[in-house]
Design a protein around this ligand. Structure first.
Ligand code: F6R
Ligand code: MG
Ligand code: MG
Length: 361
């Protein structure tokens, strides 16, 4: 049997209400289009949402960057946009930055994470999906999963993991990438991963080159040249038997870290792990959310999903995130709740400066 490709493509094509969630009719429509147009193309698919983003999780045998698969996703989002426009949902069609499909959905607005691999005798994997944040939000969890023995004991005691992993890091400003081999280059890696507004882990590989994780790392604002919302990234992680155990892949989210995004894409807030049902960011348009859907692949079929963060063991992480949110909200418009001037997605600085320029002495 040929290799399987897992493709996750996501877009915000209209919020319900505001930027909080996705209207059920959009999910229905996405399912309908994938069912009809995906015949003979897809092995399987699941449609879900996190916050105001529709996520298409698809399996097929066409490899990554396949024009037919990308067009299928594009057409699905176009169809959903028609409904979003009829319902006058907020920002209908906002992530579809182009009028016509050009062969590859990358660079056209939607986020893409895909990997091609040989399906193992058992193939557990997790699709993480975030809302109200940016691709660099995965840096810390990916570091913990694949490089931190305090998170992933397998790095220490599993002979299949002990040699470490390779991290492919993208400079999202310069659009250049570099690969670090870890643990040998751990300290070099961290110089970049710590600057998560600029550098983002694109992929992780085993030392033999087997894909272990892949994320969506576009910067939509840089593409559109105007504010169109945060990128709200997705991440796929293969688990077990030489990759992090399911529990090692989930563990980094038990201690919510601060990510850029939240209200008006201009604030730091805790990344709160939630069930799919809980993925409706409402307080101050947040706080930022992450969901995790677990699947077993079986001959290309997506057996699942299992809603991993619905588990009671993440209740305290949610509690902690809410306490962090309370604390940060008290800072109002002050840093470090509000992002530094040059990283905010909204600003009135030029206008205010212009108005006041003669009063500066
Ligand atoms: C965050 C986000 C929202 C909006 C906010 C204002 O990514 O999309 O927080 O920025 O609701 O939206 P507008 O400017 O459309 O009124
Ligand atoms: Mg939105
Ligand atoms: Mg969103």
């Amino acid at each position: 049997m040929s290799k399987i490709t897992l493709t996750v493509i996501k877009a915000d094509i209209g919020g319900y209400v505001g930027h909080c969630s996705v209207h059920p009719e959009l999910i229905e429509e996405a399912n309908r289009v994938l069912e009809e147009n995906g015949k003979g193309l897809l092995e399987d698919y699941v449609v879900t949402h996190v916050g105001d983003d529709v996520n298409l999780i698809m399996t097929h045998r066409k490899g990554v960057d396949n024009p037919e698969i990308h067009k299928l996703a594009w057409d699905t989002f176009l169809s959903c946009t028609q409904i979003a426009k009829r319902l006058k949902l907020y920002g209908a069609g906002q992530d579809l930055l182009s009028d016509s499909f050009s062969g590859n959905i990358k660079g056209m607005g939607p986020g893409v994470a895909e990997m091609e691999f040989e399906e193992r005798p058992s193939e557990p994997l997790i699709v993480f999906m975030a809302d109200k944040t940016e691709p660099g939000a995965w840096n810390l969890p990916l570091y913990k999963m694949f490089a931190d023995p305090f998170n992933t004991i397998g790095l220490v005691i599993d002979p299949k993991m002990h040699q470490g992993f390779k991290f492919e890091v993208l400079d999202t400003m310069e659009n250049k990438k570099i690969v670090f081999s870890c643990p040998e280059e751990l300290y070099d890696l961290l110089v970049f991963l710590g600057a998560s507004n600029r550098y983002a882990v694109k992929a992780v590989y085993s030392k033999s080159g087997e894909p272990a994780a892949v994320s969506s790392t576009q910067r939509m604002n840089l593409m559109a040249g105007r504010y169109v919302g945060k990128d709200d990234p997705v991440l796929v992680v293969r688990c077990q038997s030489g990759f992090p155990a399911v529990g090692e892949a989930l563990e980094p989210f038990a201690n919510p870290h601060l990510v850029a995004g939240w209200m008006r894409g201009s604030h730091f807030g805790p990344l709160m792990p939630v069930s799919c049902k809980g993925a409706t960011p409402s307080r101050f348009d947040g706080p930022p959310r992450v969901t995790a859907l677990g699947f077993q692949l079986a001959g290309g079929k997506l057996v699942g999903p299992q809603d991993m963060f619905a588990d009671v063991s993440f209740d305290r992480a949610r509690q902690k995130a809410l306490e962090m949110a309370d604390y940060l909200r008290q800072l109002g418009p002050f840093e470090p709740h509000r992002l530094p001037l040059d990283e905010m997605e909204y600003t009135t600085l030029p206008q205010v400066m212009e108005k006041l320029k003669d009063r500066f002495e």
